[in-house]
Each structure stands twice: as C-alpha cells, then as structure tokens.
Ligand binder design. Structure first.
Ligand code: NAD
Length: 315
C-alpha cells in the first residue's frame, strides 16, 4: 500500500512560523511537520509544545525539530526566518543582510535534493520571494510569497463588516507590493456577483465610495497599527500561509493573491508582486488576467517599479 504523506518544513520558528505551525496542526493540514531555526533549542521547545497538544488534535501529525536534510522529500518549504533592522541600518543594507540569511537557508535546502515548492513570508516579502527564486534557481512557478493574501483577507473582512455580508461572499483583492504601494482594484470587487461600485451607485448614498477609500487605507496601514499595539503581527499571516498550503497540498486550483513572478502579465515582467493566481499542487498554475482599468494598471506599474528599484543593488 502506498501512503502519500504531506510534508511541510518551516524555516524560522518565531511568532509567524509558529502561528502558522499551530494553525496547520489545528486544521490537520499535513502529516509531517519539520521545524528548523538557527536557534535549534527554540525549534526543539516549539516541537515539544506542539506535540503535547496532539492528544487533542483531529488527526495525527509527526512534528519534530529537524535538519535541512529533512527537506529532501518535503512538499513545501516555508520561510519565516527574519532578521530585524539594526539602528542606523539602511533599507538596502538590511536587504543585503537578509539576502545572506536566505543564502544560508536556500543553499542547504536545495542541496538536500528538495524538489517541492518554496513559500516565503519574510518581509519585504515580494523582494525576499524574488531572492529565493534567484538563489534556488527554481522555476518561478514553484516559488511564491504570501504577497497580498493577508491584505486581501483584511479587505474582505472590512468590506463584509461595512456591508453586513459574510467576508467569504466578498470577492475583492489587494494587489501590488505587500506594503505602502499596494492598492485595491475596485472595478473588480464584488459581493456575490454584484459589483461593489454599482452597489454604491444604486444605494442612494447609503454605501459611500469615500468609505471604501477609507477601508483601503485601513488595510494598507493595518500592520503598523497592530505592531504599535502588540509589537508584531502573526495570527493573520499564520492563517494566510495555512490557506495557501491547503491550496497547494489539496491541488485546489484556488485563487489567492500570492507574490508571483510576472512574465508579461498586466504589461509587467521581472518582478514578484501580489496578483490573483490559480494555486495548485505545482504552485502557481496561472496568473489570473483581470480586466483592470487604465488607472489600476498604472497603480500596478508604479508598485512594480518600486519593487524593481528595491531589488537593484542587492546582488
Ligand atoms: P521572529 O523574530 O519572532 O522570528 C524570526 C525567527 O527567524 C527567529 O526564531 C530566528 O531565530 C529565526 N532566524 C533568523 N535567522 C535565521 C537563519 N539564518 N536560519 C533559520 N532561522 C533564522 O519574527 P516573526 O515575527 O516571526 O517574523 C518573521 C518574518 O515574517 C519577518 O520578516 C516579518 O516581517 C514577516 N512577516 C510577514 C508577514 C506577511 O504578510 N508576509 C506578516 C507578518 C510578519
């Protein structure tokens, strides 16, 4: 009997990595979960802690602190390892240091014979995903970042709250950089099958377009507010990473706004950026060709230009 086991390796067992791990366990998403951190003791402690919850879980899972050689037969390697910015360090210096951290991770992962999918959460996520693609030499379709998946979830929650509709029936995306230049293509935002802009126009002033602009700004600044209140954000991203993982392991063909390499899509190339993609067991099956307005295309171009210039000088 052939038993296919779903195996995930997390590199970086800090707040983000472990919120993701906890979510994987609670949703029974994989059969084997390997935790790797430069701080091995921390990874071991986290594995112990999770294992002690197994008696209450819905299914069994093998969880352990491992080595890079454990990546050999993994389906997905998820990178949540990060280094904090030092005082007086420039953004480019931080990026260069992060690139070195990623080299110390990606080289041993690929040397293990790993042949699965890289999923990146480390910020700045679009740049770190591109760095992962360059360092691994993998086909870009097998390298994805969390992109604007979390931002899109925040958007759907806030629209749902405003319109009193279940966020799961709100179909709207945040596109572009996971950061200040991200934007909402409102022309593509729907409640069920109804355009939100049309709902606004037909509501006789009850639904205000100005409020939609405020919601977009709230999404853009959400991380700053959470960090101010509790120093870091991790539950939302843990759930977003879990959602992406389920789409891959379940070969779901689900649409999620991951950070993907554009190859002529929306007139852009040579950049990793958050766009709606169809996700299956091979990673990014396809970037969804939305009919953006000229204004939205310009916002995407500006965001891509920001990301391209941030990448310059790293290598
Ligand atoms: P954290 O400091 O709690 O954890 C980082 C972990 O990485 C630590 O355990 C550290 O030991 C480990 N690490 C550092 N260098 C390593 C190396 N060379 N090899 C292996 N492990 C290494 O940080 P966090 O709060 O978990 O955040 C992690 C990253 O996720 C940050 O870059 C953060 O900005 C990012 N993040 C992304 C999103 C998103 O939407 N993509 C959301 C929240 C946070």
């Amino acid at each position: 009997m052939k038993i296919d086991k779903r195996k995930v390796v997390i590199v970086g067992t800090g707040m983000v990595g472990m919120s993701y791990a906890y979510c994987l366990l609670n949703q029974s998403v994989c059969d084997e979960l390997v935790l790797i951190d430069v701080n091995k003791t921390r990874a071991e402690g986290e594995a112990m802690d999770l294992n002690h919850g197994l008696a209450f879980a819905n299914s069994s899972m093998r969880i352990y602190a491992g080595e890079y050689s454990d990546c050999e037969d993994a389906d997905i390697v998820v990178i949540c390892a990060g280094v904090a910015q030092k005082p007086d360090e420039t953004r480019l210096d931080l990026l260069k240091r992060n690139a070195e951290v990623f080299r110390s991770i990606i080289d041993p992962v690929t040397s293990s014979g790993f042949n699965g999918i890289f999923l990146v959460a480390t910020n700045p996520v679009d740049i770190m995903t591109r760095i992962t693609c360059v360092l691994s030499g993998f086909n870009p379709r097998r390298v994805l970042g969390s992109g604007t998946t979390l931002d899109s979830a925040r958007l759907r929650y806030l629209i749902g709250d405003y319109l009193k509709v279940d966020p799961r029936n709100v179909h709207a995306y945040v596109m572009g950089e996971h950061g200040d230049s991200e934007f909402v293509p409102w022309s593509q935002a729907l409640v069920s099958t109804k355009s939100i802009l049309e709902l606004c126009r037909e509501s006789g002033g009850r639904i205000e377009e100005a409020r939609l602009g405020q919601i977009e700004e709230e999404v853009r600044t959400a991380a700053y507010k959470i960090i101010e209140a509790k120093k870091a954000t991790y539950y939302g991203i843990g759930m977003a990473l879990t959602r992406i993982t389920k789409a891959i392991l379940g070969d779901e063909h689900s649409v999620l706004t991951v950070s993907a390499m554009l190859r002529g899509d929306f007139g852009q190339r040579d950049v990793f950026v958050g766009v709606p993609c169809i996700i299956n067991q091979n990673g990014i099956q396809k970037v969804l060709p939305l009919s953006l307005t000229d204004e939205e295309l310009k916002k995407l171009e500006d965001s891509c230009n920001t990301l391209r210039s941030s990448f310059e000088g790293i290598f």
